[in-house]
Design a protein around this ligand. Structure first.
Ligand code: 3PY
Ligand code: MG
Length: 265
């Protein structure tokens, strides 16, 4: 089976920069995949992407060096299994709030006897190779999102679930859970403290701490804080920002065009 180079590099102590796709386009996926990201995530939760769009996006990513990941809309076994069958080498699952959530999630990503993934790897066999079944349980990356109060309360128990490789912070939902306005770069102390606490506990459990950010500068700052998997915004936000920057440059900032920052969800 083709190696999951991101999983191997994370295991070797390296850090990973992940791209994020919200636009339902195989061409966008190819462009982002060719940009140099270590992995690229197709976002079926808040991206404008359903399964029928995700499939050609995963195919496009196959033609790039980036490892393909999918963020699922929820902790739904059949949908997780379908995206793995479509060739995703990792799953990011939102709203993991209890150890049971984490166990159900991991189980959907693992063939028996470790889990309850149903057999039918379709594109897994093409992208991964004919020996996909023998190695898939070891190669597929499982990342649970911590972004609820219950997830925070149960963090150590969640991190004790075998087979969960890492934890990704959703700063917008985490802010909401802590009584703050949603923000990709939270400044409220209660959220800042929660983010530092999550990173510290994940590292203590020798798992991978990841976080969604809204820019390259923010992602770089998170790496220096100890995060090991960072995303500098989605491609829609980066495109929007690049357009505004070009327009501002042309119009000298005189046309009333105000940059609003990369979109952050
Ligand atoms: C959040 O910020 O809540 C996210 O899920 C980021 O994608
Ligand atoms: Mg979220």
């Amino acid at each position: 089976m083709r190696k999951n180079t991101v999983k191997a590099r994370l295991a070797a102590g390296e850090s990973i920069v992940n791209g994020w796709l919200a636009i339902p386009s195989s061409f966008s996926a190819e462009v982002v995949g060719m940009a140099g990201f270590d992995s690229v995530t197709v976002d079926l939760q808040h991206g404008m992407v359903g399964f029928d769009a995700a499939l050609p996006m995963l195919q496009a990513l196959s033609a790039t060096p980036a490892i393909p990941i999918a963020r699922v809309p929820g902790n739904d076994g059949p949908q997780i299994m379908r995206l793995l069958d479509a060739g995703a080498y990792g799953i990011i699952c939102p709203m993991i709030s209890t150890p049971d959530d984490a166990r159900r999630f991991v189980s959907a990503c693992r063939y028996p006897p470790s889990g309850e993934r149903s057999f039918g790897p379709a594109r897994g066999l093409l992208y991964g190779g004919p020996d996909y079944f023998a190695h898939a349980n070891d190669e597929i990356l499982t990342i649970g999102m911590i972004e609820t109060q219950a997830g925070l309360d149960n963090l150590d128990a969640i991190l004790s679930v075998e087979g969960l490789d890492g934890v990704y912070i959703g700063p917008n939902d985490l802010s909401l859970a802590l009584g703050q306005a949603p923000s990709s770069e939270p400044t409220a102390q209660v959220v800042v403290d929660a983010i530092a606490y999550i990173c510290e506990r994940v590292l203590a459990h020798k798992k991978i701490p990841g976080i969604f950010c809204s820019s390259g500068a923010a992602a770089s700052m998170r790496l220096s804080q100890g995060f090991r998997m960072v995303t500098p915004g989605n491609e829609a936000g980066l495109l929007n920002q690049a357009c505004k920057t070009a327009l501002e440059t042309i119009k000298g900032g005189q046309a009333g065009i105000k940059p609003s920052g990369a979109s952050g969800y």
